[in-house]
Design a protein around this ligand. Structure first.
Ligand SMILES: [Zn+2]
Ligand SMILES: [Zn+2]
Length: 356
């Protein structure tokens, strides 16, 4: 289909997620997202706003042509800029694969956290808010909100089985509102009208926001510093996930307290050390507060020059994990694959000790 040039389309905001921009563009024109996408000639209308992981060249070209953007600007609103930190699938994923993919990458394509203060300024959802470890707004120093207080679900929630149907919803969706479908018994009877910008916030310390930035700030860049080495962002991400699993499995409260030497520690320890089943050791944080606690912990660990040394935290946890059999499980699940080389060597060293 030949794309039509639209009379008005809002300019994307830096860091805006594609689904957010599509929603705003549609609303500006008084269209539903499905109508908007059909108008610009995008045929995979069902998958585009709900996934936003990547777009095909033809989708980017159609959106760009109709709205006056460049294809590169469209692509920049997906997860593509973070391809150095997360694995971008090279083809569209089915809902079941999508669930598995996002669980492994610690991202969310089915819903978004949000900062009410940012949204009150401008009804825009940012791509970064979909990263599991992003729990804090760095501009406003508040926890991101996990759940809409009115409907009790993550805003813009999409069920697997609704993928493709959400875009088909005939009504324009106000980007300032939650918009979740509220379903009565067996039928759809409306949308949640909660104004996202009016949701209450929880203030955090500057250090919590700074530590999140120290861990995640370079996800869209080529290299990060990790214990004095320059590493690719995906190595930092995998190392972080492995260390979180180790901490969950074997760390004790005193060790976490030693790594978080400020007042926030009392709240963070139980969140970090919540009991998880062995199968959940590698899962992403469930909430913004857990994300904030984990990035605080990882920032402290990454900044600790002694962490990998003999008797340092990592070596201590590895030895404990070896004795309890956890290390075997993590190795079997590939959790050690791709971690920073010094950590991988340490794992080998401890592992050899177990065989000797
Ligand atoms: Zn904010
Ligand atoms: Zn809601």
């Amino acid at each position: 289909m030949l794309a039509r040039r639209l009379p008005i389309a809002p300019a994307p905001v830096a860091g805006e997620w594609l689904g957010s921009w599509v929603g705003r563009a549609a609303f500006t024109l008084g269209l539903s997202q499905a109508q908007f996408l059909r108008t610009v000639g995008v045929s995979d209308a069902g998958s585009l706003p709900s996934h936003g992981i990547a777009v095909t060249d033809s989708t980017a070209a159609h959106l760009a042509e109709a709205t006056g953007l460049t294809p590169a600007t469209v692509t920049a609103m997906t997860f593509e800029p973070y391809a150095a930190a997360i694995d971008i699938p090279d083809r569209p994923l089915k809902p079941a694969q999508l669930r598995q993919w996002q669980a492994g990458q610690w991202v969310s394509v089915f819903a978004s956290r949000f900062c009410p203060l940012c949204v009150a300024d401008l009804p825009v959802l940012k791509t970064k808010w979909r990263f599991g470890l992003v729990g804090v707004c760095r501009v406003h120093h508040v926890l991101l909100v996990d759940v809409c207080p009115a409907c009790g679900r993550r805003p813009r929630s999409v069920q697997s089985r609704q993928i493709g149907r959400v875009a088909a919803s005939p009504t324009p969706l106000d980007p300032a509102q939650c918009g979740n479908l509220i379903t009565g018994p067996g039928r759809i009877d409306g949308r949640c009208r909660q104004t996202l910008g009016a949701v209450e916030t929880v203030i955090v310390r500057q250090t919590v926001a700074d530590r999140q930035h120290a861990v995640l700030g370079g996800m869209d860049s080529r290299h990060r510093a990790l214990w004095g080495r320059r590493e690719e962002p995906w190595v930092v991400a995998r190392t972080g996930r492995f260390l979180v699993a180790l901490v969950r499995a074997v760390a004790i409260p005193g060790e976490v307290e030693a790594l978080l030497p400020d007042d926030a520690v009392a709240d963070a320890v139980p969140v970090i050390l919540r009991s998880v089943r062995p199968s959940e050791l590698l899962s992403g944080p469930l909430s913004a507060v857990e994300a904030a606690a984990l990035t605080s912990l990882l920032a402290a660990l990454f900044a600790d020059a002694e962490a990998l040394s003999s008797g340092g935290f990592v070596q201590r946890w590895l030895a404990r994990a070896r004795r309890s059999g956890v290390l075997q499980g993590l190795s079997r699940e590939g959790a050690v694959d791709g971690v920073s080389a010094p950590v991988a060597r340490l794992v080998d060293h401890v592992w050899e000790g177990s065989r000797g």
